[in-house]
Ligand binder design. Structure first.
Ligand code: K1U
Ligand code: ZN
Length: 138
């Protein structure tokens, strides 16, 4: 496992668009592990691959208090949104800045897991906010 460097604004590499992951390899799984480790170390509750200078559509999230529920989303897409909620958001790429942001309160997301299997989840509140924040990084 390795800790990755988190890029900070205004680093222009953060503006590069991520591309879809077509084949999941050992390298993809290693990237997910390293991103989870980097997110825990920061500490944060989410991390997008762009933030560690990898322009691939991958996001990791863990909103648990004890780092017990890491989630990996490959090629995530929001397919449904409902309601609105305002949350104070942080960003590991903008250290010490917190901003109120209005987001959908509930989202349905489809993605691939690390075996390349498609899955869908419905998320609300903080998890929904975090998913939307991370996808905005890609
Ligand atoms: O994408 C990122 O920059 C990570 C970011 C995710 C996020 C936080 C809050 C709302 C929406 C998205 C963070 O993790 S900032 C750090 C943070 O929120 C946190 C850090 C330690 C404990 C609990 C939360
Ligand atoms: Zn962020």
């Amino acid at each position: 496992m390795a800790l990755l460097e988190i890029l900070c604004f205004p680093d222009p590499r953060l503006r590069k668009k991520a591309t879809a992951i077509n084949t999941i390899t050992a390298k993809t799984r290693q990237l997910a592990e390293d991103m989870i480790e980097t997110m825990y170390d920061a500490p944060g509750i989410g991390l997008a691959a762009n933030q560690v200078n990898v322009q691939q559509r991958m996001v990791v999230i863990d909103i648990s208090e004890d780092k017990s529920a890491p989630m990996v989303f490959i090629n995530p897409e929001i397919i449904e949104k409902q309601g609105e909620r305002e949350y104070e958001e942080g960003c590991l790429s903008v250290p010490e800045a917190h901003e109120m942001a209005m987001r959908a309160d509930t989202v349905k997301v489809k993605a691939l897991d690390l075996d390349g299997e498609p899955f869908e989840i419905e998320a609300e509140a903080l998890l929904a906010t975090c998913i939307q924040h991370e996808i905005d990084h890609l």
